[in-house]
Design a protein around this ligand. Sequence first.
Ligand code: ADP
Length: 448
Amino acid sequence: PSDIVNVVVVGSGGAGFSAAVAATDAGAKVILIEKEPVIGGNAKLAAGGMNAAWTDQQKAKDIKDSVESMYKDTMKGGRELNDPKLVDVLTSHSKGSVDWMTGMGADLNDVGRMGGASANRSHRPTGGAGVGAHVIQVLYDNALKRDIDMRMNTRGVEVIKDDSGKVEGLLVKGKYKGYYWIKAEAVVMATGGFGRNNERVAKLDPKLKGFISTNQPGATGDGLDVAGNAGAGMTDIQYIQAHPTLSVKGGVMVTEAVRGNGAILVNKEGKRFVNEITTRDKAAAAILNQTGKVAYLIFDDSVRKSLKKIDKYIQLGVVPSAETPEKLGKIEGIDGKALTATIAQYNKLVAAGKDTDFERANLPRALNEGHYYAIEVTPGVHHTMGGVSIDDKAEVLSEDKKVIPGLYGAGEVTGGVHGANRLGGNAISDIITFGRLAGEQAAAYSKK
Ligand code: ADP
């Protein structure tokens, strides 16, 4: 081997960085590798928030929430197919994970609502800026502080095991250095999902053939093969999530927080057709039933001001605006008269505090301030729920549920946490909690 360490972490998303930092703090010598030239994976694109219950940030805002409620919402969102033990870890550690991040310098003070949540529990930076980029920046700064050996352009190729089946290290391929192997007692797989690999996606779910994706180019799922070749079993691999709102013109995901903060969804006929903050699978299916398989996010200046992220979409030039719904309709090809009536009716429901039309649980604000905006949206492949089987210590399990000694997994590469459908805001929560757990466990194991 050309390097000897305790733990190799594969992947530089939130799960990989959390694992690398936690393992280092637990006394392990760590190398973190990333196949792309840039760090951050899909995690750095996450805009919604980090779900957590019973946090100081919620208490400061008088938000009533509990670990049990987050547990129930997560199971319900996942159609009760989630692994209960993993959901227990996710929810009971969620406050601790927020504290761990804020202790390292993160700002998670803004707390908003995401689909399928029965309380405001999606934590993000003040003003509603993108949570993923912030979390990755904080983790990267902390990795630098700890002098962690980080190598970009370096792909994990094969887990090396000894005759007894214990992990001995990892074969990697440096883009410029070529193949070499790193000796290590433990390997943490944190390689993310495969949403960007439409061939793999369509094989598992033919309905999604040809779908565009919100994912970064590295989200191809080759980590699944690396783990699979090392004997890992797969859990729920067939469950693939379409995010309901991709900007048709911009090709970028429009965060659910836009709806959570008050936007409505209408069709070309200018009518609402769904509870905007239902779960992602339901919202996506509803949009695919509308004319042209598209819908429009409609909001006003009060929503715009409530969420900094919206200015990013406006800067892309894909958010037309007008003084009246009627004029906005003309620009976007939506029935303007119907849209005017829809907004008036929605504002009535907001005033009454109850959505008797679509049972939307949160009605944060009426749409009657300043300009009106529209974003044309359609569903795209967003998250792959399934992946490598793990237990509640982030140990990778074989097909017959036996621990593979020295192999750990965390984040989107794993399956079981989210069941058949992931709730918005649970990915950041997942990668921090399980990444940290995998790092701690791998460090402890490596020193046994
Ligand atoms: P998570 O959200 O679970 O942390 P991300 O998608 O954010 O997942 O990050 C996973 C990272 O792992 C991506 O940056 C991706 O490019 C990287 N990656 C995927 N496969 C490999 C591999 N075989 N070797 C090294 N890095 C990989």
